[in-house]
Design a protein around this ligand. Structure first.
Ligand SMILES: *[C@@H]1O[C@H](CO)[C@@H](O)[C@H](O)[C@H]1NC(C)=O
Length: 112
């Protein structure tokens, strides 16, 4: 009788975990290579901002930020980072010179 009780108890726990797993999975999609564009944008904009404060010219900023992009390790992230630099650097610099925050800059260029 006792053993049966324990068995039923364990079965209930197992069921609870199974149900929980089903609920949890959609919130943890299995795409480990995924880093949102928005975060990469903020990374780029922060770097550009630092270099602007140091009065670095645009040519230098391009090569320095492209170097920073390499730190993102994964080729997918590095490519996205490089694309942001090549497509939006001018706009990013203009917005930063207007004292816009990284958050606003990335919203304006529609990456956040
Ligand atoms: C940017 O600065 C570097 C180093 O000071 C200089 O060699 C280069 O000619 C400058 N480029 C522009 C476009 O001003």
């Amino acid at each position: 009788m006792n053993k049966l009780f324990i068995f039923v108890f364990l079965a209930l726990i197992a069921t609870a975990f199974a149900v929980n797993n089903v609920k949890i999975q959609p919130e943890q999609p299995k795409n480990e290579g995924f880093l949102p564009l928005c975060m990469i944008c903020s990374y780029v904009v922060d770097k550009v901002d630092d270099y602007l404060q140091a009065h670095t010219n645009t040519t230098q900023i391009v090569s320095m930020v492209e170097h920073d992009c390499q730190e993102l390790q994964k080729s997918d992230w590095i490519n996205k980072c490089d694309n942001i630099v090549s497509e939006y650097l001018g706009e990013i610099i203009t917005l930063l010179e207007e004292k816009k925050s990284a958050e606003i800059v990335c919203k304006v260029i529609t990456l956040c």
